[in-house]
Write a protein that binds this ligand. Sequence first.
Ligand code: SDX
Length: 377
Amino acid sequence: MPHDFMPGLAGVPAATSSISDVDGQQGVLEYRGIRVEELCAQSSFLETSYLLLFGRLPAASQLEQWTSDISHHRRVKFRIVDLLKCLPEHGHPMDALQAAVAALGMFYPGRQVKDAETNYWSAVRLIAKLPTIVAAWARLRHGDDPIPPQDDLEFSENFLYMLTERRPHPLWKEIFDDCLILHAEHTMNASTFTGLVTASTLADPYTVVASSIGALKGPLHGGANEEVVQMLREIASPDHAQAYVEQQLAARRKLMGFGHRVYKVKDPRATVLQRLCERLFQECGPSPLYTIALEVERTAGESLNGKGIYPNVDFYSGIIYDKMGIDVNLFTPLFAMARVSGWLAHWLEQLQENKLFRPDQIYSGEHNRPYVPLAQR
Ligand code: SDX
């Protein structure tokens, strides 16, 4: 294989960026230079989104304005709800989200991406409206009317309220907000790269985010969190974990929620998510899935840790959402609601010095083949 071709572009820089950094050997993730653990302890998802998009923590007045702008743009046009009502109710929520976000751009002037003011309001609308679309679909597919967003509720509290029309337990609001922080950004992952390629054509940000949602859906990327909980439910008991892991690995099938292109130690986000699991279960009672997950991590580690394969962000996240009563196929849309901040941060950064993404290929086909008439084939 020619030396300059790397399958999956592994290790190949696609951009210069100051938004986040991952040390895969030490297990460190920083957003604009701040450790993600520190942001979970001290910040909020909205403040972290501001940090990612604009490169610095907001002053009090800036945070107040940002929070107000997001809170007052949570509603979606009734035609977006009508669009969701036309979709098959058993359709996957990621497909519904992608369709609605692609349509969202039709209602707003986000086309001229060179205008900073327009770009600001496009970013506000996308961060504000993705949770509303996810919650609306969660209700509509069961024949229930969407619950309107509440301007006076904080970001995470409002989302959980839109799912159930009940204000969530204060601990749930805090834990869910930390989950959003942990999922907000992660350097040049597949969905961010997808969005950058779309952004480099100067397409509008709604189209950029719709393309990233498509990439995030795959089970090798954001779709893994849903697969993990389905795997844990299939295992059903910690006593079955070892046999399941051995069977999967013997069949050379990958364990969902394990492994990472960059981390060769345990994903620091998985460690924080475990602590959130333990806080949640201390308050609300145990989760059988968590006990099974711990046994899977222990037994899989015996075979995989030596190859630098450890739990990633998707291994424990779904266990938290499951305990909160959120449907398993909503887990990846939750990932998208958080990661939209990272996608938009990279979009704005790309526009600073845009260059169309158009890589080369190594041609492996033939040349100068004759056209064979149909009668002679
Ligand atoms: C996310 O990029 C990001 O930052 C993503 C993300 C983000 O925040 O945006 O962190 C979020 O997507 C996390 C990953 C979620 N996906 C999964 O949990 C799916 C399971 N994981 C694997 O598919 C895999 O680990 C990847 C896709 C995540 C990374 O795979 P690579 O870097 O392409 O490596 P590979 O598939 O070529 O595997 C290398 C070796 C292989 O063994 P050999 O053939 O060389 O003997 O490691 C093995 C693989 O079989 N391996 C696994 C494994 N992951 C890799 N073996 C068993 N189980 C696994 N999960």
